[in-house]
Design a binder for this molecule. Structure first.
Ligand SMILES: Cc1cc2nc3c(=O)[nH]c(=O)nc-3n(C[C@H](O)[C@H](O)[C@H](O)COP(=O)(O)O)c2cc1C
Length: 327
């Protein structure tokens, strides 16, 4: 089978899945339906544990039903509520992904549970630390990515550099590329760069099963990669205490135009602006509310089911990789 041979990697073997595609554990966006749909389509779907809400997490694991899914946490937020990891592990996830903080305090519990430990990193130092604490898989996240990130490394250079770093240590830990991948070209390119697969967020933000509104999905499909910015304004208005250096990729709108670069003024503005923001979220008014995607927005032309997104990614990549080898 063309697909099986072109897209079978160290990562698909390790996770015992068909295709080397993971849907990101997007806070408030990646619930159980999305994760289950991605896993049922042959990839690995991750539920977004986000900033930590026990009831939300239970509900979304329940919604995933009997699909074999995993879960991801924002590590600094998990450190404030470590019991959420036990809750997640009680659902016997296939994998737990940790991003944005020190994974070491949680690594042993994840691995002892039988779940694979996936660590998302943004530079070589973090890659080193993740390997030292026993990561089974690394995700190399470039600055093109949707949602939060830090530093300035791009997917194009970070992925092969981390692949080389692992090879130099005779490590067989698979690397996934994250940031800017939304179609078969991106998946094929990631494999050429030395990745064993991809982790995609933005393209699944526009999936029918995502916990996003139809209006937000329509905004994404009309956007180009030029419409994004990296900013802290939505963290200020939501009161999230992200560690220094982290920014969030969103589509530019009237809110980012007003407040980006004026974060101190925004913080001082206090509740009236917070209330406006919350109202805009409730009204699905994306002149003020955030549409959290990265530069891949320009490659997302239509909302689609997660199954169709998976089929597009995998068939496109298999075709490109097959034609390259004459197969
Ligand atoms: C809406 C959204 C929310 C995200 N939330 C999280 C999160 O809670 N935890 C996390 O590890 N990564 C999160 N990410 C980042 C992804 O893990 C991943 O690095 C990114 O989506 C990959 O780039 P792409 O968006 O170009 O596919 C989020 C991404 C998006 C688009």
């Amino acid at each position: 089978m063309l697909f099986a041979s072109a897209l079978s990697t160290a990562f698909t073997e390790l996770l015992d899945i068909e295709y080397p595609v993971v849907s990101a554990p997007m806070a408030d966006v990646a619930g159980g339906r999305l994760a289950a749909a991605v896993s049922r389509a042959g990839g690995l779907g991750l539920i977004g544990g986000g900033y930590g809400d026990e009831n939300w997490l239970r509900r979304e694991f329940d919604r995933a039903g009997d699909a074999r899914v995993g879960c991801g946490f924002i590590t600094w937020a998990l450190a404030e509520q470590p019991a959420l990891l036990d809750l997640a592990l009680s659902y016997r996830p296939a994998a737990v992904m940790l991003s944005f903080g020190d994974p070491a305090p949680f690594a042993a519990a994840v691995r002892a549970s039988g779940a694979r430990l996936i660590c998302q990193v943004q530079d070589l130092d973090q890659a080193d630390r993740a390997v030292a604490c026993g990561a089974d898989v690394l995700v190399a996240q470039g600055v093109e990515a949707g949602g939060h990130g830090c530093g300035r490394r791009t997917t194009m250079t970070l992925v092969p550099e981390i692949a080389d770093l692992l090879a130099a240590r005779d490590s067989t830990i698979p690397v996934l590329a994250a940031g800017g991948i939304a179609d078969g070209r991106g998946l094929a390119a990631a494999l050429m760069l030395g990745a064993s697969g991809v982790l995609c967020g933005s393209v699944f933000y526009a999936a029918d099963e995502a916990l996003t509104t139809p209006a937000a999905r329509a905004v994404v499909t009309a956007a180009t990669g030029d419409s994004t910015c990296r900013t802290g304004v939505y963290d200020v208005v939501r009161g999230y205490r992200w560690p220094a250096g982290h920014t969030m990729s969103v589509l530019r709108n009237a809110f980012t135009d007003r407040w980006h670069g004026a974060e101190a003024e925004l913080a001082a503005a206090g509740d009236p602006v917070g209330a406006q923001y919350r109202q805009a979220v409730a009204d699905a008014d994306y002149r003020t509310a955030n549409v959290t995607v990265g530069q891949a927005a320009g490659l997302i032309r239509a909302a689609a089911s997660a199954g169709d997104i998976m089929a597009g990614l995998t068939a496109g990549a298999a075709r490109l990789l097959g034609s390259r080898s004459g197969g």
